[in-house]
Design a protein around this ligand. Structure first.
Ligand code: 13P
Length: 259
């Protein structure tokens, strides 16, 4: 399967979410990614790395002036204040970040984040000049019950504040059951979901909704990237485990190198 012409589509984004992984020695992987990108390994795709907060500044320094941007994995809804252990969007921006992931399913589960919390964080990101990567996705039980489109529609409605432009927002569809499991939906299922998300974005944001990048996430690997990235309305990937090494991450980014 080859990827359809990308020219009419937004610039693809392949974002790596390192989750709670990565120490200083991991920076050598970032240097290798930078070299690979400079050698043309990502085509016209933009690459973003979202390392743990402890590495955001170092990764941003290493990637400065390259086609690799940097993001945080979460932010507080407030700009500053008495919130021990939390990080604001402004702080991430100050460290050199362009993006921040909000509403990842692991945070929705581990920290009981609601759609309203996610929307507040997205607004904080916008105020700080960051692009919010808003995550949505159904559980295995919800998919078995045939509720995936309704669940994701509800999450989108509650998590995306009004008046966002396509430059301020990225949506990542990550079915919870596909994260870290090696399982992926069929390309037809991905196509159905992304078409539904596109429709909802246009309904909510008007013309801007057509340009919002919609990423697929959940067990994206070098071996399935071309097939998944070739699905209509898949404008890139949000990659977990396979973003930790330059070899695998560039194997995925390479799905765009020839597009
Ligand atoms: P995996 O790529 O490890 O399945 O993780 C996906 C994810 O949760 C990215 O945010």
């Amino acid at each position: 399967m080859t990827i359809p012409s990308q020219t009419a589509r937004p610039r693809p984004l392949v974002a790596g979410n390192w989750k709670m992984n990565g120490l200083k020695p991991s920076l050598k992987e970032v240097s290798a990614m930078r070299s690979a990108v400079e050698a043309g390994g990502a085509g016209r795709a933009e690459l973003a790395l979202c390392p743990p907060a402890t590495l955001v500044m170092a990764v941003a320094e290493l990637c400065r002036g390259s086609a690799i941007t940097v993001g945080g994995q979460d932010c507080h809804a407030k700009a500053s204040g008495a919130h021990t252990g939390d990080i604001s969007a402004q702080m991430l921006k100050d460290c050199g970040a362009t993006y921040v992931i909000v509403g990842h399913s692991e945070r929705r589960t581990d920290h009981k984040e609601t759609d309203a919390d996610v929307a507040a964080k997205a607004l904080a990101a916008k105020s700080a000049g960051l692009v919010a990567i808003i995550c949505v996705g159904e559980t295995e039980a919800e998919r078995r019950a045939g509720q995936e489109l309704t669940v994701v529609a509800r999450q989108l409605e509650g998590s995306i504040p009004a008046d966002f432009t396509s430059a301020e927002l990225v949506v990542a569809y990550e079915p919870v059951w596909a994260i870290g499991t090696g399982l992926t939906p069929t390309t037809q299922d991905v196509a159905n979901m992304h078409a539904s998300i596109r429709g909802l974005l246009v309904k909510k944001l008007g013309e801007e909704g057509a340009g919002v990048r919609i990423l697929y996430g959940g067990s994206v690997k070098p071996g399935n990237a071309v097939e998944l990235m070739g699905v209509p309305d898949v404008d890139g990937a949000l990659v977990g485990g396979a973003s930790l090494t330059a070899k695998d991450f560039m194997g995925i980014a390479g799905a765009y190198a020839t597009a």
